[in-house]
Write a protein that binds this ligand. Structure first.
Ligand SMILES: [Zn+2]
Length: 179
């Protein structure tokens, strides 16, 4: 392993430990030439199998390239895209498989992209899931609307306790007027 400081090839492992709940091994190394210490990480290579049967290492850059076009003109920053790619990688790695079909990576993109920007999501989904009619868009938009209104209802639905408090306050107020 080449020293990142002096670029000598000769380094010695001082310590190895597992990290990321066993998904990685980190090694503390010492350069035999300049004596400086550095850490290396070892993780299993996650392979993506394309439809052609060719495998290639999972790449966050490819995920970002895949959604960048759908995000054109949308308020989506490079940081947003980096975070999305991280979420996609986490989701794919969480399946525990060393090799995943490319389609699975596409599916893993849909959720985080929808959270990020619904218009970009619709653009991406229309290509990825081959929408071929207005009905396909309408169905997807209807689904987004339903979920959005459910979320809105959840956050604004009155707390039953506060409603009864209000009723009680009103009752006593009108009682005052009557008296
Ligand atoms: Zn060195």
């Amino acid at each position: 392993m080449r020293c990142p400081y002096c670029r000598e090839d000769d380094s010695r492992v001082l310590d190895s430990r597992t990290a990321d709940e066993g998904a990685a091994i980190r090694r503390r190394r010492e350069c035999q030439s300049c004596g400086r210490r550095f850490t290396t990480a070892e993780t299993a290579v996650l392979s993506v199998t394309k439809r052609s049967g060719v495998s290639e290492p999972f790449s966050r850059a490819k995920v970002i390239n895949g959604v960048r076009k759908a995000c054109q003109g949308r308020p989506v920053s490079d940081d947003d895209l980096a975070l999305l790619a991280q979420r996609v990688e986490d989701a794919v790695r969480a399946t525990g498989a060393a090799e995943v079909p490319a389609g699975e990576v596409g599916v893993a993109i849909l959720g985080p992209l929808r959270d990020l920007d619904e218009v970009a999501y619709l653009r991406f989904a229309s290509v990825y899931r081959s929408f071929d009619s207005l009905e396909d868009f309408e169905a997807e938009i209807a689904l987004l609307r339903t979920e959005a209104s459910l979320a809105a209802t959840d956050s604004t639905s009155p707390d039953p306790d506060s409603t009864s408090d209000f009723a009680t306050a009103k009752d006593s107020a009108s009682a005052d007027v009557d008296a």
